[in-house]
Write a protein that binds this ligand. Structure first.
Ligand code: GLV
Ligand code: MN
Ligand code: MN
Length: 427
């Protein structure tokens, strides 16, 4: 991509080359922690690879000259103190936890890029006015515990240590047990970051969709983040002999769930964009060739840019499930374990990023995020924004996730300019 080759010319080109080399090195280095046989990364909250990655990140932050602390739940904080600390911090950050067999870039890019941007700002301009603060948040994905945004939820006051949410991983280990085993928990670490101390939050992230690539845009200005509901359904039938039970005498939980999944797809398509709905996980009991399924658990992930439309869709869908269950003589129950409202991000910050793109002659577009991010929680306590870079073929949550180092470097350039304006200029 040919960017900023006139007035910014050589300086920017040199800077981009440095960012490119650093981001390549940092992403590859971080992807060693939790590297799995799929060629991707599995780093789940509080597990050994996550702990190792957070601690070595802390070491790197120390080497950069940042003040480094872990808060009580394990969010990692690196701070470059400003000369006017009392005016509030400019915070950037993302997460290093992944989905199972996830990619190298989701979340990790925002952390690696933030460190590189801060390092260059420090080298080029010295001490900022406001504190520059980077956070590696805990459990953005909700992939070990059904509790996405645990770390940013803790910082923003949605969750507290006085009432650690009742959440268990697939092995039955509770969030509290896992957190304690990893050395975190009430009273173990430094004081909590106070929301009043934050002036703005910026998260740089891969798009995880194909829009920027298809439209040949370098940067996505994120206006808002979709609302999201996640539910788990239990369907009970009668486990019985696959050979001796006539087709008319069955309560087949799996056949019922198959119909429900069809219903999800049918209704979501009929509802139309931006509604999306997915059944991504299924657990069948007893899961044997010659036994009719007696019990099936499945999940639903539904998203829409408008929270009330999302609620209407889900309600109607569940009514549809009830009808299927009744018709097939199945028991149906469900639990909604995530209900994240759609969030509009700060338009002032978006405009600031837009001007930076124009100044650097970067093609950009405004867009909504279909994926959830810590920024949606941070927006509840301070003006927040997100900056996207393209994802190859829009693939994410997969070992195939990829963004070229050139594209990653351009994102760092934009982040650096924004951090500069916010932390060095304004106060
Ligand atoms: C988080 O990555 C999500 O599933 O939106
Ligand atoms: Mn992410
Ligand atoms: Mn993700």
């Amino acid at each position: 991509m040919d960017i900023a080759v006139d007035s910014y010319g050589e300086t920017r080109a040199t800077e981009l080359a440095l960012f490119k080399a650093s981001i390549e090195e940092t992403i590859e280095w971080l992807s060693l922690f939790g590297a799995d046989a799929s060629g991707g990364v599995t780093r789940l909250l509080y597990d050994a690879s996550w702990q190792e990655a957070q601690s070595t990140l802390a070491q790197r932050m120390l080497q950069l000259g940042l003040e480094v602390t872990f808060d009580e739940v394990g969010n990692l904080h690196g701070i470059l103190k400003g000369s006017h600390s009392h005016t509030g911090a400019i915070v950037t950050g993302s997460h290093i936890d992944t989905v199972v067999h996830g990619g190298k870039f989701d979340g990790t890019y925002g952390i690696a890029a933030g460190m590189i941007a801060i390092q260059h700002l420090w080298k080029q301009y010295g001490r900022p006015k406001r504190d520059l603060h980077i956070i590696s948040f805990c459990e953005e994905e909700g992939s070990r515990f059904p509790l996405a945004y645990w770390g940013s939820g803790y910082i923003t006051g949605r969750y507290s240590l006085a009432q650690v949410p009742e959440a268990h991983d697939l092995m039955g280990i509770s969030l509290l047990e896992a957190m304690t085993a990893a050395g975190f928990g009430a009273g173990t670490n430094s004081p909590k970051l106070v929301p009043e101390g934050i002036h703005a939050f910026i998260e740089l992230h891969i798009e995880q969709g194909a829009v920027l690539e298809q439209e040949k845009q370098a940067i996505g200005l994120v206006q808002g983040i979709v609302g999201q509901k996640r539910l788990t359904f239990e369907v009970g039938g009668i486990a019985n002999h696959a050979g001796t039970t006539p087709m008319t005498m069955r309560s087949d939980a799996l056949a019922g769930v198959a119909e429900m999944i069809q219903e999800v797809e049918h209704r979501a398509k009929a509802y139309g964009p931006p509604l999306v709905a997915t059944v991504g996980s299924l657990e069948i009991k007893p899961n044997l060739t010659n036994v009719i399924a007696g019990h099936v658990t499945f999940t639903l992930d539904a998203r829409h840019a408008n929270s009330s439309e999302l609620a209407v869709f889900c309600e109607a869908l569940i009514t549809g499930f009830d009808e299927i269950a009744l018709k097939r003589n199945l028991a149906l129950s469900y639990k909604e374990w995530m209900d994240a409202a759609a969030v509009m991000l700060d338009s002032g910050l978006t405009q600031q990023v837009e001007v930076i793109c124009q100044r650097n002659k970067l093609p950009y577009r405004q867009m909504f995020s279909g994926a959830g991010h810590d920024a949606q929680l941070m927006q509840s306590i301070c003006p927040s924004t997100m900056i996207f870079v393209p994802s190859r073929a829009g693939i994410s949550h997969s070992s195939e996730e990829y963004t070229s180092s050139e594209e990653l470097a351009v994102g760092i350039l934009v982040l650096k300019d924004l951090l500069y304006e916010l932390a060095y200029h304004e106060h």
